[in-house]
Design a protein around this ligand. Structure first.
Ligand code: GDP
Length: 442
């Protein structure tokens, strides 16, 4: 998970603070020393760390905080606010202009430009917009093909003139095409190099001059840490970037780039790339990110993901079943599948309050593979058994284990868990009915 190391360290520090009834200045000082080390270890820019710690310390030693009843909570609140401010405060949204809105994607080779041009197209599509992808990377051999494959997959039109026409000319004709055909967004995928060089910058400046983009999005690989920040500075100096897409955040356990880029360069982070799949992109919300780092979860993103991916009718039906406690193993299977659609489990867990602590614990083994095994077990049962699991005797358990490639122990465990779940649901539904009656009686 992103920020894993930082999150663990900060949470340890704050748990210690929280336990104290009263804070002294030296408690705060000690905590700030730990915060400083944690940020430096997360590869956050040195100067950014210094300013950050100073700001938090100043606010935290105020009388109002030290004398409050919950000083530890107060300090955490301040850190949360300052982390949010560090990453830009408000969410920075993609430009909306009179169509077509022209977005130029720039960045080094391998940062994820082409992939994210596709992901953006997908987001826009979900928003009922009509994007056009433009293949201006004529140097990397497979880039045009890669974009075309993405376009086909998404059913988004890709504009290409092959690799013999200059990027400036391609961009110009693409814009003309978009105007005629009513595209709302033009996403220009430009060439990258392994390092920043003058030739590249000149070409990008020419494309910029030709199409006059509303948005220049810098795509940077967050796993490169402070290098990403340096790259961002160079691009910004030459092109006046309007926003950044931070990619590969799924593999970045430190988070140094995410925490420094805005403070060092002033470029707002607009999106985060969190995987190789086409929908592995999130609008970047500084407040939600801060909350994740501090282990307070990100329930809002979780709900949004659920709303996007879960079938509403099914959800309502499920709710009814839960309320009446007639939930079967088939429903359980159904629910597992819906959860899987929302996203990889470890990312989801990172969004639940306090869950990243739990994840580190042994025995809490909830990975995608585990779900696969549970699915296999349920599928090996007969329809009747799924409704009435009590009828599954020991010889059937052996058969099911064989059929699903699991063990009898796993089947016992699943059935036991399911029984517990049903018991709890019965209790809840009993309570809910009583409450309803109580209300009516009044
Ligand atoms: P470009 O040269 O900048 O166009 O880079 P590409 O779009 O071809 O991406 C380079 C590699 O990074 C590809 O293998 C992508 O699948 C991978 N990649 C891009 N974005 C992400 C991301 O957010 N997470 C992960 N894990 N991989 C990514």
């Amino acid at each position: 998970m992103v920020f894993e190391g930082l999150a663990n360290r900060l949470q340890d520090t704050f748990n210690r603070l929280r336990g104290k009834g009263k804070l002294s200045e030296s408690d705060v000082k000690e905590a700030m020393r730990e915060v400083r080390l944690a940020l430096l270890e997360a590869d956050v820019n040195f100067k950014v760390v210094k300013d950050f710690v100073e700001k938090v310390r100043e606010r935290a030693v105020g009388q109002e905080v030290l004398q409050s009843l919950t000083p530890g909570q107060h300090v955490i609140k301040i850190v949360n606010e300052e982390l949010t401010a560090l990453m830009g405060g408000e969410q920075a949204k993609l430009a909306v202009t009179k169509p077509p809105t022209v977005v130029m994607m720039v960045g080094l080779q391998g940062a994820g430009k082409t992939t994210h041009a596709g992901k953006l197209a997908r987001l826009l599509q979900k928003d009922r917009k009509k994007p056009l992808l433009v293949a201006c990377d004529i140097y990397r051999p497979a880039a045009i093909k890669q974009l075309q494959v993405l376009g086909q997959q998404l059913e988004v039109e890709v504009f290409s003139l092959g690799d013999q026409v200059s990027p400036v000319e391609i961009a110009k004709q693409a814009l003309h095409h978009a105007k005629i055909h009513g595209h709302d967004y033009v996403l220009v995928d430009t060439a990258g190099r392994l390092h920043i060089d003058e030739g590249l910058m000149e070409e990008l400046q020419q494309v910029k001059a030709e199409v006059n983009p509303d948005e220049i999005l810098l795509v940077v690989d967050s796993m490169t840490g402070q290098d990403a920040v340096n790259v961002a500075e160079s691009f910004h100096n030459q092109l006046e970037v309007t926003g950044a897409i931070l990619t590969k955040l799924d593999g970045d356990t430190r988070g140094g780039a995410a925490l420094s880029i805005r403070a060092v360069t002033g470029i707002p982070i607009k999106f985060a790339g969190i995987g190789e799949k086409i929908d592995a992109i999130e609008p970047f919300h500084p407040d939600r990110m801060a909350s994740r780092i501090l282990g307070m979860g990100d329930v809002l993103t979780l709900i949004e993901k659920a709303q996007q991916n879960i079938d509403k009718d099914k959800a309502m039906e499920m709710e009814r079943k839960l309320r009446n406690a007639d939930f079967t193993l088939d429903d359980f299977l159904d629910q597992l599948q819906q959860v899987k659609q929302i996203g990889p489990l470890d990312q989801l867990l990172g969004m639940m309050p306090g869950m990243n602590k739990l994840k580190g614990m042994q025995n809490v083994n909830v990975d995608d593979k585990q779900i696969g095994r549970v699915e296999a077990i349920i599928r090996s049962m007969t329809p009747l058994e799924r409704i009435e699991p009590k009828m599954i005797d020991s010889s059937r358990r052996k058969r099911i284990a064989k059929g699903s490639g699991t063990t009898v122990q796993e089947i016992n465990r699943l059935l036991k868990q399911f029984e517990e779940m049903q018991k709890m649901m019965k209790q809840f539904s009993g309570m809910a009915k009583k409450m309803k009656k109580g209300k009516k009686g009044k």
